[in-house]
Design a protein around this ligand. Structure first.
Ligand code: PLP
Length: 395
């Protein structure tokens, strides 16, 4: 039986075996609590601090600027709530975009319910923010601007260096949710004037349930959780040592391979796209044609948006994992995707897409098998059999 093809890396990535090996000793019964003064505790502390250095290096940061959190979602919450809590909320203004992940968007809405004034920047048809829109929206009372580095649904990259520079010139804090971008495109805080950056290990072949927040030296946050004093009092809980070690190794591997992997995945993406143009000329690429994550494809099938969930099931049965909705979407199944609507797609067109996202273990063979299986899956859909309008050329 042919092995399965996993093309859903934006949802989560398989653990790299080298990451697993690094984690394994810390899952054994000898693992200590990093706050304990005995040998086992000291070993655990050493492992956590080594991993902190590895994650810092991915961003060109100082290890003291990295806080471990339980997820990317928690890092986003800590960045936004932690930066705003100490302020007079009703006199504060924050800016984000209409295409953020719910971890940012819902946190901003929670702040809005507490009296903060919120501006959502629009995006263009490629899902990109125009820096001049930020210039127009930013005001003296703007405390924080949050713009994601790369969009999870369509893969578009944002001009975050420019947006951060505009924000800093106004004296506000700049946060970027780099959960999808970290380890895939270079991010270096020596050149990127961001104050706060959210990361998540499971998007870069690390374990699930561990994230990090980069906090630039000198930036102060209020805690959103209360307890012991771990992570400088900003994330009080016993550290998840094995997951932190795994995150460190995943970050080190991503940093070492970032340029070669970006080139390899872009080529693989190009191979799929040109194969698709020959086989399914009806399909369109959503998001930016060039400024996008290397291994990210988001496809539209105009007129067949409602068929996407069935297409995902047909592909799953054929051995391919892709997605037709964001794994973290708060939208109801069949409802228009807010990101696509923000890009100007009609409610009907925004109802369906096929997200195909590649990763470290994706191969040319996988890409070619996918190109064979997709037209077959398309032709098995009830609407295709009835209407013959899907332009599927089996091949
Ligand atoms: N931000 C973005 C852009 C994401 O894609 C995700 C997860 O899909 C998150 C935040 C949340 O990360 P986590 O799953 O670690 O909570």
């Amino acid at each position: 039986m042919a092995s399965r093809i996993y093309f859903d890396h934006s949802a989560t990535t398989p653990l790299d075996p080298r990451v697993f090996s690094a984690m394994a000793p810390h899952l054994s019964s000898a693992a200590g609590n990093p706050s304990s003064p005995h040998h086992e505790g000291r070993q655990a502390r050493q492992a956590v601090e080594f991993a902190r250095g590895q994650v810092a290096e991915l961003l060109g940061a100082d290890p003291a600027e990295i806080l471990f959190t339980a997820s990317g979602t928690e890092a986003d919450n800590l960045a936004l709530l932690g930066a705003l809590r100490a302020r007079h909320l009703s006199e504060s203004h924050i800016i984000t975009t209409a295409i953020e992940h719910p971890a940012v968007l819902e946190t901003c809405r929670a702040l809005e319910r507490r009296g903060v004034s919120l501006t959502l920047l629009p995006v263009d048809g490629h899902a990109q923010v125009d820096p001049s829109a930020l210039c127009a929206a930013i005001r003296p009372e703007t405390r924080l601007v949050s713009v994601m580095a790369a969009n999870n649904l369509v893969g578009t990259l944002q001009p975050i260096a420019e947006l951060a520079a505009i924000t800093k010139a106004q004296g506000a804090l700049f946060h970027t949710d780099a959960v999808q971008a970290a380890g895939k495109i270079p991010l270096n805080v020596k050149y990127l004037p961001a104050d706060l950056i959210s990361l998540s290990a499971h998007k870069l072949h690390g374990p699930q349930g561990i994230g990090a927040l980069y906090v630039r030296g000198g930036v102060t946050l209020d805690p959103i959780l209360f307890g012991g004093g771990q992570e400088r009092g900003l994330r009080p809980a016993t550290e998840n040592v094995a997951a932190i070690v795994g995150f460190g190794m995943a970050a080190a591997l991503a940093a070492a391979e970032i340029h070669s992997e970006a080139a390899r995945l872009s080529a693989l993406r190009g191979r799929i796209l040109s194969g698709l143009r020959a086989r399914l000329p009806h399909a369109t690429l959503l998001g930016h044609p060039v400024e996008r994550l290397p291994g990210h494809l988001c496809l539209g099938f105009p007129g067949h948006e409602g068929d996407m969930p069935a297409l995902v099931i047909a592909l799953d049965e054929a051995g391919v994992a892709v997605s037709s909705s964001s794994a973290c979407s708060t939208a109801k199944a069949g409802a228009p995707a807010p990101v696509l609507q923000a890009m100007g797609l009609s409610a009907d067109r925004a109802r369906g897409f096929l997200r195909v996202t590649l990763g470290r273990f994706s191969t040319e063979r996988d890409a070619d098998r996918f190109l064979d299986l997709l037209p077959q899956a398309v032709s098995s859909l009830p609407s295709t059999r009835q209407a013959e309008t899907f332009s599927a050329t089996p091949g």
